[in-house]
Design a protein around this ligand. Structure first.
Ligand code: CO
Length: 134
């Protein structure tokens, strides 16, 4: 066991208000946070059911890569984030194993987390985030 647990699953959306309404009113999830992450070019809304968090991402710029990834879909699964206790050590471990890193050094993410992305070319096509709560 590596000690990783799923921190959140992120979905990029076109209509943020409609998607929030679906998750909170229809499904009954609870909104935890809402913040703009300028360096990732998104507005992020965390919604929870029990210990599980879904993060909705709205591109700030519809000409951005993340908006192009979503394309014409209303929503699209974007990444899985794993919570780790020592992101520096885990990034070093990934690098040693030849995993291609998007972030060579951790940076600030949503909700006070420190994060780093692994490249989907090294993770079977799934954009993967490591995050540490600090
Ligand atoms: Co994330």
């Amino acid at each position: 066991m590596n000690g990783w647990t799923i921190d959140h699953v992120a979905i990029v959306v076109a209509d943020l208000e409609a998607t929030i309404a679906f998750y909170t009113r229809t499904l009954g999830f609870e909104q935890l946070y809402r913040e703009t992450i300028v360096d990732q070019g998104v507005e992020a809304v965390g919604i929870a059911t029990g210990e599980s968090v879904i993060e909705l991402l709205r591109p700030l710029d519809e000409a951005s890569a993340i908006a192009a990834f979503r394309g014409t879909a209303a929503t699209k699964m974007h990444h899985i984030a794993y919570r780790v206790t020592d992101i520096d050590a885990e990034l070093a471990r990934m690098r040693e194993q030849g995993v291609r890193l998007i972030d060579e050094t951790p940076r600030k993410g949503a909700h006070g987390n420190t994060i780093a992305f692994l490249h989907p070319k090294s993770t079977g096509g799934v954009l993967t985030e490591l995050c540490e709560r600090r």
